[in-house]
Ligand binder design. Structure first.
Ligand SMILES: [Zn+2]
Length: 282
């Protein structure tokens, strides 16, 4: 399945990953320069194609919403082209601490990328901020906000981006829509806390890290609440396994039934359970 490019407002486009794969956003300025938000080296052709199809003349900034490979692995490609890469200090630190091993592991199934991009490797952001920063392009103001509660929610770098002129809110992987989330790099209690203020955030268009975009703050609120309730329930279910009241199979079944039955990326359920039971317990 191919990804689709969705124009969500006059100057904002989202490459919607197929079957819940990572979303990448393009904010196009009035001079046809662009800010690109997240990019995966395995899908660089899709990103380049989207930039071409949306008429972007150049990328002025690449912004990483957080450190995970599927959001940052094309940093190398854009750094080589002299494009500044912006991310939170939390994101940069997590990449420094844990990124190299993760990068090598994720590239194992696609070694041909090392040939296609000689020197390919983990590339840290070079413009780093602590709590908030602004990114300006002609006709575009982006507000970046570090949101990893106590330094660790979905990830250690979680950053949201608000495109002021067109009221677009990019939530990164704090929000998944219509698909099971990846929870096992996260701290679920902190993630739950980080989600609360997002219920009240103002926007007209909402972009999750994975899954379809959402129009309208009222609908967005429903999705943030669903995300919260999913995580809260899952965390409770993990405790049930730990205390012996439920089996892994029962929890896996629970997380794929009822309100969750229609969610995509079912394989994540077992992976989420396995990771928490083998030591990733926050
Ligand atoms: Zn992530």
């Amino acid at each position: 399945m191919d990804s689709t490019i969705r124009q969500i407002s006059r100057s904002a486009y989202v490459v919607i990953g197929p079957e819940g794969a990572t979303n990448f956003a393009i904010i196009k300025a009035s001079d046809s320069s662009a800010a690109l938000i997240d990019a995966d080296i395995r899908r660089i052709d899709e990103v380049d194609e989207a930039l071409r199809l949306t008429g972007c003349a150049k990328v002025s900034y690449l912004i990483d919403t957080h450190e995970h490979f599927d959001h940052t692995s094309a940093n190398f490609y854009f750094a080589q082209r002299g494009i500044p890469i912006i991310a939170s200090a939390g994101c940069a630190q997590a990449m420094k601490d844990e990124g190299a091993a993760d990068f090598a592991r994720m590239l194992q199934p696609v070694p041909e990328l090392y040939e296609r991009f000689p020197g390919l490797g983990l590339t840290l952001p070079d413009v780093v901020f602590n709590e908030t920063t602004e990114v300006k392009l002609p006709g575009v103001m982006l507000h970046l906000q570090y949101c990893a509660e106590n330094g660790h929610s979905h990830s250690k770098g979680d950053t949201t981006i608000y495109f002021e002129e067109e009221e677009v809110f990019i939530a990164g992987d704090l929000l998944y829509t219509e698909v099971h989330p990846v929870t096992f790099f996260g701290n679920i209690p902190n993630w739950l806390t980080a989600l609360k203020p997002l219920y009240e955030t103002h926007y007209r268009h909402l972009v999750p890290g994975h899954g379809p975009t959402v129009d309208g703050a009222e609908s967005g609120k429903v999705y943030f609440k669903k995300m919260h309730d999913y995580l809260e329930d899952f965390y409770g279910q993990l405790k049930e396994i730990n205390s012996g009241r439920k089996s892994e199979a029962e929890v896996a079944e629970h997380m794929q039934s009822g309100a969750y039955a229609a969610l995509g990326k079912n394989r994540m359920v077992q992976r989420n359970i396995n990771h928490f039971l083998t030591g990733r317990w926050f």
